[in-house]
Design a protein around this ligand. Structure first.
Ligand code: EPZ
Length: 414
C-alpha cells in the first residue's frame, strides 16, 4: 500500500476547480446500461471507484472509451447479466448496476456486496423494493439471482431514505408497466442528477430532490450525452482543509446550494464564506471556534463530511460534539488522530472533541475513504511530518487530491 508524506504547518491559499461527483457518476454509469446505445458522459472523475465500475461494464460487454474525464459507454452489446464476485467485493457500490440490468434484461446475478469499514451496508431496502416491483429474488451461496417476467409499477415506501435504494428502484422501474412511487425517498443532489440523465434519455421521472419520486414506465430510451454534477463532498473536504490551515481559497465549478449545511457550520467556526453561482470563496479566521455537528440524511449535515470536519475541530478553540447518525462505525479515524495529539472521547455514536493548541506529525493509517481524508487534513496542520499509509482508500474518491493541495501551498509527496 502507498502513502503520502505531508509537511505540516503550511497555509493553503489559491484557487481550485472541483472534480465531478463520485456519488453521481456511479448511478449515472449504471443508467447507461438501460438504453443499449452509445452514451457520452463529461466531468466523470478519474478515480478508482468510477474506473472499477467501468471495468465491470466492460466485462458485461459494453464498449468503453475513456479520454480523461470524458467517457463513452456503448451498451448495445451486453452479453452477460452477472456482476463478477471479485469486483463486487472490491466495489460494494456496484450493487447499483443490478437495478439497471434487471430493468433492461429482466435478469441480474450478483454476490452480496460486503460491508466496509464504516458499517455493515445492508441492501434489504434495495431488495424489498425490487420484490414489490414483481422481481423474483433467490438468495443462495452468497449470490443474489433476480429475474422478472414483467416489472409492474407500484407504491414503495422506504423505511429509511436510503440513497442507493432510491437510485436502484428508480433504475429498476424506468421500463415498468405503469407508475411507480418511491415514498420516503432520499433527497440527495446526486438523485436529482440521476433523474436529469434518465429524463434526457426519454424516461419519465419526477420529484427527485423531494421525498416522493414518481417514475412512469416507458418502452425505450435514446442515446444521451450528459455532464456530471460537481462533487459536493470533495468541495466540503477542500474547504475544511483550507480552513484548518488558516488559509483562503476560491473553489470553482461548485454548486454552493449542495453544501450549504457545511458552509453554515464553517461560518459558525468563524470562517468568512462568500458564494456565487458556481463559486465558493472562503477566508479562515485566526483561530477556529468549536461547533457541534450531527449527521443526517440530506439536507442535513452530510455523513461523508463528518470525519474531515471532525479532524478540523481537533484544533478549534473549545469543545465540539459530533454525532454520527447514519453509519455505525464511522469514528475509526479518531484513533489515528489521537496518535497526533488530538483529544477525542467516543461514546456510542457521539464523539467529544476537545480542541488542542496543536497536533504533532506521526505515522497514521487510513482505513476508509473519508477517514483517510481526515488524516490528510491533520497532516496539513500538524507540526512536523506526517506519513499517511494506505492512501489507496483516498484514490477511490478524490481525483488528484495531492496535486490539488500542492497547487495551493501544501507539501505532499505521494
Ligand atoms: C451513499 O451510500 C453514498 N455512496 C455514501 O457515500 C453516503 O455516505 C451515503 O449514500 C449516505 O449519504 C454512494 O453514493 C456510492 P444509504 P449508500 O443507503 O447508498 C442503511 C462515500 O464516502 N441502509 O443512504 O450505501 C445503511 O446501513 C460514501 O462517498 C439499510 O439499512 O447509503 C446506512 O445506515 C460512503 N438498508 C443508511 O441506510 C439498505 O438497504 C444510509 O445508507 C440500504 C441502506
Amino acid at each position: 500500500m502507498s502513502n503520502y508524506i505531508i509537511e505540516g504547518g503550511r497555509k493553503l491559499e489559491g484557487e481550485l476547480k472541483v472534480s465531478g461527483s463520485k456519488n453521481a457518476s456511479l448511478p449515472i454509469i449504471a443508467a447507461c446500461i438501460l438504453n443499449g446505445k452509445k452514451n457520452t458522459l463529461y466531468n466523470v472523475p478519474n478515480i478508482v471507484d468510477t474506473n472499477k465500475t467501468l471495468e465491470i461494464l466492460k466485462i458485461l460487454g459494453c464498449n468503453i472509451k475513456k479520454n480523461n474525464n470524458k467517457i463513452i459507454i456503448d451498451s448495445s452489446n451486453i452479453k452477460t447479466h452477472e456482476i463478477p464476485d471479485k469486483l463486487m467485493r472490491e466495489l460494494r457500490s456496484s450493487v447499483i448496476l443490478a437495478g439497471a440490468l434487471i430493468s433492461r434484461f429482466k435478469n441480474a446475478v450478483f454476490s452480496y456486496p460486503g460491508g466496509c469499514d464504516i458499517g455493515s451496508r445492508p441492501i434489504d431496502l434495495h431488495l424489498s423494493g425490487f420484490k414489490k416491483l414483481g422481481i423474483e429474488i433467490e438468495e443462495e451461496g452468497g449470490y443474489i439471482r433476480c429475474k422478472a417476467e414483467n416489472i409492474v409499477g407500484t407504491d414503495i415506501t422506504l423505511d429509511f431514505p436510503s440513497v442507493g435504494a432510491t437510485e436502484n428502484i428508480m433504475l429498476a422501474s424506468v421500463f415498468a408497466e405503469g407508475e411507480t412511487l418511491i415514498k420516503n425517498a432520499a433527497l440527495e443532489p446526486e438523485i436529482v442528477d440521476l433523474q436529469n440523465i434518465l429524463n434526457k434519455m426519454g424516461a419519465k421521472v419526477e420529484g427527485a430532490g423531494t421525498n416522493i419520486i414518481k417514475i412512469t414506465g416507458v418502452k425505450r430510451l435514446k442515446e444521451v450525452s450528459y455532464n456530471i454534477m460537481p462533487d459536493r463532498i470533495e468541495a466540503g473536504t477542500l474547504l475544511c482543509m483550507v480552513a484548518a490551515t488558516g488559509g483562503n481559497v476560491k473553489l470553482k465549478g461548485v454548486v454552493p446550494e449542495h453544501i450549504y449545511q457545511v458552509i453554515y457550520k464553517l461560518e459558525e467556526c468563524g470562517c468568512k464564506v462568500e458564494c456565487q453561482k458556481d463559486l465558493i470563496m472562503l477566508q479562515s479566521p485566526k483561530k477556529l471556534k468549536a461547533v457541534d455537528i450531527k449527521t443526517m440524511p440530506y439536507p442535513g449535515f452530510p455523513t461523508d463530511m463528518q470525519s474531515v470536519f471532525g479532524a478540523m475541530l481537533t484544533i478549534a478553540k473549545g469543545t465540539s460534539l459530533v454525532i454520527e447518525n447514519i453509519f455505525e462505525s464511522r469514528f475509526k479515524y479518531t484513533n489515528e488522530l489521537k496518535r497526533m495529539g488530538a483529544k477525542i472521547t467516543i461514546e456510542g455514536k457521539s464523539a467529544v472533541i476537545k480542541g488542542v493548541k496543536k497536533l504533532t506529525g506521526a505515522e497514521v493509517e487510513a482505513s476508509d475513504l473519508r477517514g483517510g481524508a481526515a488524516l490528510v487534513l491533520a497532516g496539513l496542520v500538524a507540526k512536523g511530518e506526517t506519513k499517511v499509509e494506505n492512501i489507496e482508500y483516498l484514490l477511490r474518491g478524490y481525483e488528484n487530491l495531492d496535486k490539488k493541495l500542492n497547487s495551493i501551498g501544501a507539501k505532499i509527496i505521494g
